[in-house]
Design a protein around this ligand. Structure first.
Ligand SMILES: [Ca+2]
Ligand SMILES: [Ca+2]
Length: 566
């Protein structure tokens, strides 16, 4: 077990997670807290990190009492005692919190550090629950203590397992962005994999984390800098121990350094032939601290120098991603540093295109886009249900689909002709002419969010209204309908999901016929679009009634309503 969540988190998943110790707020709780820490650090082998959250009470169930409790987060936990327990029992473990004392929270749980990221901070200003936590994202250039950042983020929307989030595990492009924005910005990455009710990491999470590993292996397969000729404008005392060639010798213990008075210098790599590059990885020699404040990277392309990127800090590790260039030389210019420059390692890579199947989306106006994260990919699609290939229509720009259509699409890497599995979307009529004509409560003028074909937007009726709530939609013209769809709210903390429904149709918004009633059996655990069929009926108006909804405040929520036409 790498980390121990000794305190409840800031944001809790469900009420059941908000059950706290009955003595929380009193000194007995702190004694128990220290004893629990002692027990955890004694009986479970070697621990390399002890993780203190910034949680400080708040509202919850304290031994059955549902109330709000507040403590003084600077003094209540007696941090000096807690630290002494860790140092004694696990002397090699690092202690994590907002202010360390060894490693720091990065100031968000989204998976990124700032591009400027100092591993030092004015640590004495910081305590767990520190209100100026946004400064944790960049560190302090004038920091007094070594306090590197750890980026903690979950592969799911939350820290614990919920079956209802099985379709919300982070995608490979998202996980790659997290890697490059954490590890690539001088931070460590803690990626949370929740354990499900079987005691296992869910198959989807396993698949995604393995996909990340596989892609990183591809991205960093061959270091193109190693063994190439390298020159620097300054080398410390012209001593071979500090020579430029120490940056590409594959040894982290050797480094290039400049003379004491030199805090800006250029190091240039000369390739033996024009070489494609799209990643550069830089590392300072950290035993001597973090020094670089400002640097630029340039490439010589067809005998012309071109700036590729300009950045601030480097630190233990900095990775830059940029569009592929075919360079004869690459130059790193350190513009400013806190003292003489000390760089242990510079690596360069030509990462392959990120081959991901297209994401098919349609907006309310019926405009379909086929999105891929890597613009070098070719996307091909069909509209007749047939399997797409490189001979199918090539996607150039969004196109209109207003009638029932099955779209199938693939991505192809033009370099090696590899292709993805097929993505498929089954669209019915578009919602461009639809109008909300009636809602029982709630702001009707905002109700377009339930017919905007965007799964992330939702609309809700008013709180606390115990009568049955309904929405009436004008489809703009009469269609032969054979079913409807309901997408529940996709929010992290969902509410008002319809579990029992009635669905009505009308030709004139006066005479209504109920065509189906029923239950969305597993909707709370599986928040996918629900499809319900009925005998084909001509209708221009539709009405969905939420007979029973989840939650305690009687709101009824809708992410999307759709129809199935004949
Ligand atoms: Ca080296
Ligand atoms: Ca919506």
């Amino acid at each position: 077990m790498p980390t121990h969540h000794l305190l409840p988190r800031y944001q809790h998943e469900t009420r059941i997670d908000r059950i706290f110790h009955e003595a929380y707020g009193q000194s007995e709780y702190v004694d128990d807290f220290h004893e629990q820490l002692r027990e955890l650090l004694t009986n479970y082998g070697e621990v390399f990190e002890v993780w203190f959250d910034g949680a400080n009470g708040g509202s919850g169930y304290y031994g059955g009492a549902n109330e709000t409790r507040k403590i003084d987060n600077k003094t209540y936990y007696e941090w000096d005692k807690a630290e002494a327990i860790v140092r004694k029992l696990q002397p090699n473990a690092v202690i994590f919190s907002d202010g360390g004392p060894d490693i720091r929270w990065v100031g968000n749980e989204e998976g990124w550090a700032n591009e400027t990221n100092w591993s030092i901070m004015r640590r004495n200003e910081i305590h767990p629950g520190w209100p100026r936590y946004v400064e944790l994202r960049s560190g302090h250039e004038d920091g007094t203590h070594w306090l590197p950042a750890e980026v903690d983020v979950s592969i799911r929307p939350g820290w614990y397992y919920h079956a209802s989030e099985d379709h919300q595990v982070k995608t490979l492009p998202h996980l790659l962005d997290i890697y490059y924005r954490s590890v690539g910005r001088n931070a460590a990455l803690l990626l949370n994999l929740p354990v499900d009710s079987r005691g296992l990491v869910h198959e989807t999470d396993v698949q995604q984390v393995m996909a990340l590993r596989k892609q990183l292996d591809k991205d960093f397969e061959t270091d193109l800098a190693i063994g190439q000729k390298v020159f620097a404008t300054d080398e410390r005392r012209n001593d071979v121990n500090y020579k430029a060639g120490n940056v590409n010798d594959g040894d982290n213990n050797t480094y290039w350094a400049t003379n004491d008075t030199v805090s800006s210098a250029t190091i240039t790599f000369e390739f033996d032939k024009p070489t494609e590059v799209n990643r550069i990885l830089l590392q300072e020699f950290i035993p001597l601290g973090q020094r670089v404040k400002n640097f630029i990277v340039s490439a010589e392309i067809n005998a012309q120098w071109q700036e590729i990127d300009g950045q601030t800090t480097i630190g233990y590790k900095r990775i830059l991603r940029f569009n592929t260039v075919e360079a004869t030389k690459i130059r790193v210019t350190i513009l400013a540093a806190k003292g003489p420059i000390a760089i242990s390692n510079i690596e360069m890579y030509r990462a392959p295109n990120l081959l991901i199947a297209p994401k098919i989306q349609r907006n309310r106006e019926g405009m379909v886009s086929l999105a891929v994260p890597d613009k070098n990919l070719a996307v091909h699609y069909t509209l007749d249900g047939s399997e797409p290939s490189s001979a199918s229509t090539k996607y150039e720009k969004p196109f209109t689909v207003n009638t029932p259509t099955t779209i199938k699409a693939i991505s192809i890497d033009p370099l090696n002709k590899e292709q993805t599995e097929v993505s498929q979307a089954d669209f019915d009529i578009s919602k461009k002419d639809w109008e909300i004509v009636h809602t029982t409560t709630g702001n009707m003028f905002e109700a377009n969010t339930l017919i905007d074909d965007d799964p992330t937007t939702f609309w809700t009726t008013d709180k606390g209204v115990t009568t049955i709530q309904e929405v009436v939609i004008d489809l703009g013209e009469t269609y032969a309908l054979k079913g409807f769809t309901y997408l529940p709210i996709q929010e992290r903390y969902p509410f008002g999901i319809i579990t029992n429904f009635e669905f009505y149709v009308s030709l004139d918004d006066i005479n209504w016929e109920r065509v189906v009633r029923g239950e969305f059996a597993n909707i709370v655990n599986s928040r996918l679009a629900q499809k319900v069929g009925f005998n084909t009926t001509n209708a221009r108006y539709i009405k969905l009634r939420g007979i029973k909804v989840t939650g305690e405040d009687y709101r009824t929520s809708f992410a999307e309503i759709g129809v199935i036409t004949e």
